[in-house]
Write a protein that binds this ligand. Structure first.
Ligand SMILES: Nc1ncnc2c1ncn2[C@@H]1O[C@H](COP(=O)(O)OP(=O)(O)OP(=O)(O)O)[C@@H](O)[C@H]1O
Ligand SMILES: [Mg+2]
Length: 353
């Protein structure tokens, strides 16, 4: 049971968040934490669903590796446990279980795969299933050492505030380093000693306080695969590489000539559009993903992006019009790239638009 203080006008937001589609799961988290940080004038009790009844835990069996009954966190950190994460679809790869196994044996693992293959999604899912707080850091952003390790906010020792990495180290949960290969060198250097499964951090800023890594402090790093022709990616720092025992590769369900029936079915289930249209949407997606993987396009559509396109068609838009608003504009701002995407849509849908 959690108590959130929210204004009357925000009640509507809450109901729409609860109803939100699975593609919005991260947006919803952001809105919830925003709500908790703002000052409002009405108390509303939002009851959480009993976790034990969660249908998710029936789909994935991770208890033998990460048993939520073994963990307890104070309410402040419980708020960081993700909620209502949609299921992760895989083709029998049992990724959820493999991540849980890696965390159980080695305390950390690496997820490698192109953009939109569900790496972030699955980390949320594992955190929710295991009931572990999630500390998420995007290493590609210009986050400072102060934000991650901590800082003084006034004079005197009591005015120290821990950064996210230090809080994770003290209190446990999953630290998720997204785009780990883009991490700035000063941060990477400070992280190295913690990356050893039984590591610790030294807070040089705070009288060299030594903070041992909490026994339930797990680490997951993720990144896009490095390839020379693919601009923007970097190889992973050797210190990280050496300390990761398990590497899991992620890929799109459908890519190039390989069209996965499950992906087509998912689009039909979510939007109730005709099968032939759903198949063509996945074919367009697969072609764009192939071109993204060879470095020709800057972005490739995820399942969620394809579902969004299908939703507009289900709502009555033509394929042509809805593709402009979604898949074409989303791939790039560059009009030449957009023209190439348009050609692919036209070639696959033919006159059926
Ligand atoms: N196998 C899958 N099952 C269910 N949803 C998926 C799957 N793969 C991707 N998605 C959906 O696709 C969208 C993109 O996924 P996500 O953000 O997790 O990708 P990512 O691999 O973290 O991408 P990036 O490298 O850009 O961070 C999300 O809405 C996610 O729910
Ligand atoms: Mg991600």
């Amino acid at each position: 049971m959690g108590i959130h203080i929210i204004p009357l006008t925000r009640l509507f937001d809450i109901s729409s968040m609860v109803e939100a589609d699975y593609t919005d799961f991260r947006k919803r988290d952001v809105s919830i934490s925003k709500l908790q940080h703002e000052q409002f004038n009405l108390n509303v009790i939002v009851s959480k669903r009993k976790r034990e009844d969660s249908s998710l835990s029936k789909l994935y069996d991770i208890k033998k590796y990460l048993n939520s009954a073994d963990f307890s966190f104070n309410t402040e950190y419980e708020k960081l446990i993700p909620q209502d994460t949609p299921p992760y679809l895989d083709n029998g790869g049992r990724y959820v279980e493999r991540i849980a196994r890696a965390l159980h044996y080695f305390k950390q693992c690496a997820l490698i795969g192109p953009s939109g293959t569900g790496k972030t999604h699955i980390v949320y899912l594992v955190a929710e299933l295991a009931r572990l707080p999630l500390w998420e850091i995007n290493c590609g952003l210009q986050t400072s050492v102060f934000d991650l390790f901590g800082r003084y906010v006034g004079l005197g020792k009591e005015n120290w505030i821990d950064g996210q990495i230090i809080s994770w180290c003290r209190y446990g949960g999953i630290l998720y380093l997204d785009e780990a290969n883009m991490m700035k060198q000063d941060i990477a250097t400070r992280l190295n000693p913690i990356l050893d499964a039984r590591g610790h951090v030294v807070l040089t800023e705070k009288d060299n306080e030594i903070i041992p890594r909490h026994k339930n402090a797990y680490l997951i790093i993720s990144m896009n695969p490095f390839s020379v022709e693919f601009a923007g990616t970097k190889p992973l720092n050797a210190a990280f590489r050496r300390r990761m025992s398990v590497w899991l590769n992620f890929d799109y369900m459908s890519v190039g000539q390989k069209i996965d029936e499950k992906e087509v079915q998912l689009i039909i289930d979510k939007t109730e559009i005709q099968k032939s249209i759903a198949e063509n949407i996945v074919k367009v997606g697969s072609e764009l993903r192939k071109l993204y993987k060879t470095g020709d396009f800057p972005y490739a559509p995820s399942i969620g992006d394809l579902v969004n396109w299908a939703k507009l068609i289900a709502d009555g838009s033509s394929v042509k019009e809805s593709s402009e608003e979604t898949i074409i504009a989303m791939t790039s701002d560059d009009i030449e790239v957009q023209a190439s995407v348009r050609k692919i849509v036209n070639a696959i849908f033919g006159h059926n638009q």
